[in-house]
Design a protein around this ligand. Structure first.
Ligand code: NAD
Length: 344
């Protein structure tokens, strides 16, 4: 019983694989499985006998035939060109995010096992002109190449589910913050950089107005929600399989105030305004708040607040955390991370 993770070497893919293994070790796997196969341009970094890697491009049908077998019970489709990359290379975004998604769905259909299919979409499928709090059923009207290719992916996954070829779960993830490491090609990369870089003593520029509202999730909450999405009853999601995954709504100014509460005014002062139209055009077109009550009832979780997200990052990645002590998680909020940043 195989679970495929495309993008298994990436940031979220690695966390999803680690959390699936941890849950299975605890006897709480979302679905029974015996092996996990990462399908990515690079091998998975997770070392475990149950994990193997197929290295290659998701648009290669031969590779997909090799990976997606009749005993495939679950597929996480995470491999993608991210927002900044999609905007600057339209053809690549179409090839990887649209052609690649269709190729994976076709391979799943050919395998004939109707696997549960978790697709990572994004709040970027929405554009400007949405209500202050986006209702569950609001139609996708993207205003970026990334949002457009994700919206096409959503329609494909939904239709392949309606036809009974796969059992889809479309997770429109919030922006992940705070992401460790270095900046990536996502237009929203700065939403991690303005917390992470100052905590490392490095100056950071803020490319959007500070009153911009954003919808964010910690990496741990995102990984927990992706693992939960595999186990949730497909019928409970409903006929339209897209879900606005819970996050928290904060302005950039509130994030910086949280940084100051955690690390002091000097660290906060390392972030300065550095307007960048290319980034602002994309990020300011995304909604900053969503109605998620039904998803919380379905067992999805969200972070308690920006202070907890920063404390979580510092506990896992900052060498000498001095921020406020982590608070006891409330109902519907995520548990504290372990040392490697994976959810409990
Ligand atoms: N991180 C976020 O803030 C965020 C927010 C919303 C949605 N998402 C979505 O979540 C998913 C995972 O994001 P991430 O942050 O882990 O990104 P990431 O860049 O860390 O990982 C993506 C992985 O996909 C692989 N990949 C790219 N093109 C490929 C191809 N043609 N063939 C095979 N592998 C390929 C890359 O090698 C990489 O390991 C993506 O679909 C992304 O669009 C992420």
């Amino acid at each position: 019983m195989r679970i495929i993770v495309t993008g298994g070497a990436g940031f979220l893919g690695t966390r999803v694989i680690e959390l699936l293994l941890a849950r299975a070790n605890a006897g709480a796997a979302p679905i029974p499985f015996t092996e996990i196969v990462s399908l990515d341009l690079a091998p998975s970094r997770v070392e475990d006998d149950r994990v193997s890697s197929i290295v290659g491009d998701i648009t290669d049908p031969e590779l997909l035939r090799q990976a997606i077998t009749a005993d495939t019970v679950g597929i996480y489709h995470l491999a993608a060109v991210l927002s900044g990359g999609a905007e600057s290379d339209f053809d690549l975004a179409m090839r990887v995010n649209v052609d690649g998604t269709r190729a994976i769905l076709e391979a799943a259909r050919a395998a004939g096992s109707t696997p549960r299919f978790v697709f990572t979409s994004s709040l970027a499928v929405f554009g400007r002109g949405v209500p202050a709090q986006v209702p569950e059923s609001w139609a996708a009207q993207p205003e970026s190449s990334y949002g457009m290719v994700k919206a096409i992916g959503e329609l494909l996954v939904n239709e392949y589910s309606r036809k009974g070829f796969v059992d889809g779960r479309i997770c429109r993830l919030p922006t992940i913050s705070v992401r460790p490491g270095t900046p990536n090609s996502a237009a929203s990369s700065f939403l991690s950089g303005i917390i992470r870089e100052p905590l490392n003593g490095i100056a950071a520029g803020c490319p959007v107005p500070e009153d911009t509202p954003v919808w964010i999730s910690s990496p741990d909450a995102a990984a927990q929600n992706l693992v939960h999405a595999l186990g949730v009853d497909g019928q409970a999601i409903g006929g339209w399989r897209a879900m606005n995954i819970p996050g928290i709504s904060v302005t950039v100014a509130e994030m910086l105030a949280g940084l100051e509460r955690s690390a002091g005014a000097e660290v906060r002062a390392l972030v300065t305004d550095a307007p960048e139209a290319r980034v602002a055009d994309i990020v300011c077109s995304w909604p900053g708040d969503f109605a998620v009550d039904r998803l919380l009832e379905l067992g999805f979780v969200r972070d308690a607040g920006i202070d907890e997200i920063i404390a979580q990052y510092r506990a896992a990645f900052a060498p000498e955390p001095t921020g406020p002590a982590a608070q006891t998680p409330q109902s519907g909020t995520v548990a504290a991370p372990n040392q490697n940043g994976a959810g409990a």
